[in-house]
Design a protein around this ligand. Structure first.
Ligand code: 3UK
Length: 505
């Protein structure tokens, strides 16, 4: 059980305490633009916190929107919001004016700190209505100038363990985005559970990855875990495959965080980089096919750590480490969490049966003013949108998101299982499998496929892929229709949007 004092501020724990404990001269952040020590990060966070309070008039509980690619100033802004007792509303750089205006409206944003290169969309969002008044830009010298006029020390705002400090929006894989509220203690819980227990983060660690700080996967991996354990974080503004591997090589990163799709695309690039410093590679956000895990292991000698996380639960809650990793399964609940599989009536199912994954633990879903809270939290259990089964050894197996289960001629077919089979074919770079309406069968399995360079779409290839799937999994699951695309629709966090494909057919 995690115990915190009544009054605690996660920003103070992450940065002030690190300097107080003597880490001031050690590197906290590495970036293209330079290196920041813990002492520099504290000083800059203090100056920005003074800007928030003295220049903008931020009072505890105000919401401050943060927007920009992953870089050190964005980290300092996030810490400043915490230290000022305000609420950070982290956003994905890819979001456009319309989506930002929904967030600004839903979260009742008063102020924003925004990378100047991403300010235009936010200014347009402010014009679409709402109460967003102050957008302070950084990176172009504006925030930098006013912060230098402020003191380098800050009188941290005394916050309660259960004060909201973060509003994180779900990525909207389906439907309109929901705002999830998290307390100071939730941020500390993910540090204890994921950085402490799962990753055993030590001060010698150097973390790098692709998820934006506006996604709780990235906020944990690249801010809370490294700072919280007095390690270092490498911030990559444009995390292409090449840029990520170059950052691993240049900064001798010890852990890499990205998605299953990205791990697949990194494999062919590995020979060009020295990644011998890596000790751990973490995959989250979407299901990790066993074939991807095996291919990564064959190429690097490192076993991917798969973990399922959700914005509602702030970070990863089922995973496994070291010898406990069973490729093809997500793992077991992390300490403090319980998980079970529920039938449609909300009753627990025995091993081997597929049902909704439900979890309970130190973090949990609190939607901001949203009736969908009732659907997600049932008698203290967080009922995810995922279908899972549990094996006799207690390991949890991902089957599909509930929306992605296809029912064809009375058979249940998990779209992702067909995707995994297709991905094992050397011509297939990416794919998405959905059910399309069909008079005879109810639904028909259809695959959208993106080919690797050097492969041409053709009727023969359709047949080849169909045969390949029939030989890989139960033949009735094969895609009766295959359409080739140059790309697939994805959310700002990089997840496949199968519902967008369903809407286009
Ligand atoms: C899916 C997975 C299978 C699953 C997230 C790590 O993804 C994160 O949060 P989101 O709110 O989405 C949650 C949903 O994504 N998913 C995530 N990880 C896995 N499915 N295997 C996995 N390993 O449908 C889940 O309900 O965007 C991930 C840390 C923090 C996060 N917010």
């Amino acid at each position: 059980e995690l115990q915190y004092p009544d009054r605690i501020n996660c920003g103070v724990v992450l940065i002030d305490d690190a300097v107080r404990e003597g880490h001031g001269d050690r590197v906290a952040l590495y970036a293209e633009s330079g290196t920041w020590t813990y002492a520099q990060l504290l000083e800059r966070s203090n100056r920005i916190a003074n800007v928030l309070v003295n220049d903008l008039g931020v009072v505890p509980g105000n919401r401050v929107l943060l927007r920009g690619p992953n870089n050190p100033t964005l980290v300092a802004c996030w810490l400043a919001v915490m230290k000022a007792g305000a609420i950070a509303v982290t956003t994905m750089p890819l979001l456009r004016a319309h989506e930002l205006s929904i967030i600004a409206e839903r979260a009742q944003i008063d102020h924003a700190l925004c990378d100047s290169r991403f300010a235009q969309e936010l200014q347009q969002a402010a014009q679409l209505g709402g109460r967003l008044r102050n957008i302070v830009q950084f990176g172009d010298g504006h925030l930098e100038k006013i912060m230098n006029g402020q003191a380098s020390t800050f009188d941290n705002v005394d916050t309660a363990r259960d004060d909201v400090c973060l509003l994180a929006f779900t990525s909207g894989t389906t439907g309109t985005p929901k705002a999830t509220m998290h307390f100071h203690r939730d941020v500390l819980a993910m540090r204890e559970i994921v950085a402490g227990h799962l990753l055993e983060t030590s001060p010698e660690d150097i973390y790098v990855g692709s998820p934006p700080l506006g996604f709780t996967f990235g906020l944990g991996a690249l801010l809370v875990f490294p700072l919280g354990r007095r390690a270092a974080s490498v911030l990559v503004e444009q995390p292409s495959g090449e840029n990520l591997l170059a950052a691993v090589q240049r900064f001798r990163a010890t852990a890499l965080f990205t998605s299953p799709t990205a791990y697949r695309s990194l494999i062919p690039l590995l020979s060009k980089f020295d990644i011998a410093s890596l000790k751990r590679c973490i995959s989250a956000g979407e299901a990790l096919p066993k074939a991807t895990s095996d291919a990564w292991f064959a190429a690097t000698g490192l076993r991917l750590i798969d973990g399922i996380g959700a914005t509602e639960l702030i970070h990863i809650f089922i995973s496994a480490k070291g010898e406990q990793i069973h490729p093809g399964t997500t793992g077991k609940p992390l300490p403090g969490y319980q998980a079970c599989i529920l039938d449609p009536d909300g009753l627990p199912l025995p091993p081997g049966k597929i049902g909704r994954l439900a979890v309970k633990g130190p973090t949990g879903c609190r939607y901001l003013d949203d009736p969908r809270q009732r659907d997600y939290v049932y008698e203290g259990w967080n009922v995810t949108g995922d279908l899972y089964s549990q094996d006799e050894d207690g390991y949890f197996h991902f089957e599909a998101r509930a929306d992605d289960m296809i029912i064809s001629a009375g058979y249940n077919i998990a779209g992702p299982e067909v995707e995994c089979a297709l991905l094992e074919h050397p011509a297939v770079k990416e794919c998405a499998v959905i059910g399309v309406p069909d008079e005879a069968r109810g639904q028909l399995v259809k695959a959208f496929v993106v080919l690797h360079d050097g492969h041409e779409a053709s009727a023969e290839l359709v047949q080849t892929l169909q045969q390949f799937v029939k030989q890989t999994i139960a033949p009735y699951k094969y895609p009766r229709a295959i359409e080739f695309r140059s790309s697939l629709p994805k959310t700002a966090t990089g997840k496949l949007q199968r519902h967008v494909l369903r809407a286009t057919i």
